[in-house]
Design a protein around this ligand. Structure first.
Ligand code: DX5
Ligand code: ZN
Length: 225
């Protein structure tokens, strides 16, 4: 699968969200960080903003729910127009049931792991998911430094996906930039969230294209090597 870039609107101007979404028209997804001030110590937006964004852009929405009780709230994000809904396993009461419900409602189901959460206990659950998100910072804020120590977990996750012959995607989120995207791609990630690296650039659309090229070349080098 070609590398996909999902710019995070957490780093965009919230007063001009429609324009900011259109500024990255060539992106594969638009990453929408939902925070509830309980699961993480920050508060962002909810379903009304997701609904408005889905009307304002043709780019599919990749909703990352950093919230308590996703079992209750995640399905509403599918109804609000999300094409992919990611819940945190640390917050989910019944991750398999929830993933099935998200899929049944018509979105891609994805599960996120905080940096301290290992992937191995969830090996049997992977076929229920369309994507696994390995966080490369502690969730809650944009602009944090990439945690290099997550690279072995990305590699182990890639090995588990390949071992089971799964088509599921492997996403990384947090500190992904021109300096770090290649290491993530070499480790096996294929969906890259980038907030400050895209919206902090003079030309966000060009930053998206550059990150995608870097990721694809790194993946090609790795599979050739
Ligand atoms: C952090 C969010 C990220 C954040 C990434 O909790 O989940 O999506 O926006 O921002 P950068 O790319 O600036 O680290
Ligand atoms: Zn995110």
């Amino acid at each position: 699968m070609p590398a996909q870039i999902s710019p995070s609107i957490l780093a965009a101007d919230f007063a001009r969200l429609a324009d900011e979404a259109r500024a990255v028209d060539g992106a594969d997804w638009l990453h929408v960080d939902v925070m509830d001030n309980h699961f993480v110590p920050n508060l962002t937006l909810g379903t009304p903003v997701v609904e408005a964004l889905s009307r304002a852009t043709g780019t599919p929405l990749d909703c990352h729910l950093m919230i308590e009780d996703p079992d209750r709230w995640a399905p509403q994000y599918v109804e609000a127009g999300a094409g992919s809904v990611t819940f945190h396993v640390e917050a989910a009461a019944a991750p398999v049931r929830l993933a099935r419900e998200i899929r049944a409602k018509g979105a891609r189901a994805s599960m996120a792991l905080k940096p301290g959460t290992p992937v191995e206990p969830y090996e049997d659950l992977l076929p229920e998911l369309d994507m696994l998100l390995v966080m490369t910072v502690e969730p809650g804020f944009g602009g944090q430094a990439f945690l290099d120590i997550m690279l072995p977990k990305i590699r182990r996750t890639r090995q588990l996906i390949d071992k089971h012959g799964l088509e599921m995607w492997l996403q990384v989120d947090g500190g992904v930039s021109a300096d770090t995207v290649e290491r993530c791609a070499e480790a096996g990630a294929n969906v890259f969230v980038a907030g400050s690296a895209v919206y902090g650039a003079d030309d966000p659309a060009a930053a998206v294209r550059a990150l995608r090229t870097q990721a694809e070349e790194a993946a090609r080098r790795t599979s050739a090597g």
